[in-house]
Design a protein around this ligand. Sequence first.
Ligand SMILES: Cc1ncc(COP(=O)(O)O)c(C=O)c1O
Length: 440
Amino acid sequence: MSSRHEAVAHRAAVRSGTVDSGPEFDRLAGMTLWRPYCQMRTVSEPLHVVAAEGVWLELESGQRIIDALSSWWTVCHGHRHPHLVEAIVDQAHRMPHVMLGGIDHPQVVRLADRLAQLMPGSLNHSFFCDSGSVAVEVALKMAVQFWMNRGEPARKRFVCLRHSYHGDTSGAMSVCDPDDSMHRHFRGFLLEQYPQEMPVDEAGWHAFAEFLAEVGGQCAGVIVEPLVQAATGMRFHSPDQLRRLADLTREAGLLLIADEIGTGFWRTGKRLACDWAGVVPDILCLGKSLTGGTLPMAVTMATTEVFAAFYSEQPDHALMHGPTYMGNPLCCAAANASLDLFEREPVAERVAAIERMGREWLTPLAALPHVREVRCRGGFLAIETEKAFDRKKLAPLILEHSVWLRPIGNVMYAVPPFTITPIELRQVVDAMAAAVSANA
Ligand SMILES: Cc1ncc(COP(=O)(O)O)c(C=O)c1O
């Protein structure tokens, strides 16, 4: 018998109770929670968080620490904001869930109308789902089928940017940087796309235009994280670069997909990062801050031109997608309440203040010999160092400074809630500085 068959037989025997599982098997069997993005064998003990309010997380030990990451960039209004909590509780009493196929409800209709009002140009059409990755999947399917419905079925591929991150599902992974270590195992499984460097000079723009002319006929669109490529280490490009990319995309006759899952809803200081460049994409992905970090929801928005390509008498021109929890009423209630806060609160001013203070306080660190760059854009504050940070070594410093930090490789960063006070932000910056000093 092959060792694989033996292993399968052994597992079956363990399950049926006919053999002793052994201490190693028992140890593994006890690890019921499979954690994200980590080697389970070597990962350090997580922080045990039992409550959250405003910018603060409360640990099991009673210690309170600042959530400098807004829990993966979602909690823009602060944790447990009463307006969001009330909206969710109220909706839970009425109707926690109903399917969206063949049914709608006031919260989802209102949310679609409000997003159409809020977003630029004719981005009027909202397709809801439950995560950013799926919003990107929908955007890719939408772009491919847009061309199919218009009689151009060969356009099935995408131009994407080096260092981009668009999510962890297959389509989304395929438009991430293929050399990024995170998804490299899946080469061969994923569809090959056309990753390109974001041009930085005239020669680069010329090459980019030539490339689009060469491959454009096979492509449905260009996908970009406008201004901030966050998950691969807070890499920024300028509004001018974004504008030129959008112009070349248009000139090549391709659809522009803006993935604003990280940057949308004032995280860069404006409604959309695209607003800094005066760009209106054909397809827009939003998530994270949409529900203010309360419930999982994302949306793919299309312009009326894109929507029109699906609107016909032909059944097979329909967009065949529909996640089970699409348009979930609790999520919609949270998103509507989050939009209330974006309307009501001085979010742009708050983000501008975070950027101003962050820049002022972090810039001196640029003089350290092991610091490559300090960069701040809106609510994204980052310090890139020569050497990767060791998250295990960072654990005591996090507790000492009472600030939750989780660097990406050699980039220490903060993406705090918009509601952070100057004193709290100073505490975050001091913790970042201490972490950077310890990483010399
Ligand atoms: C730009 C961007 N796109 C897509 C995603 C994936 O979103 P989710 O984790 O909700 O699937 C992320 C997550 O960080 C992101 O930053």
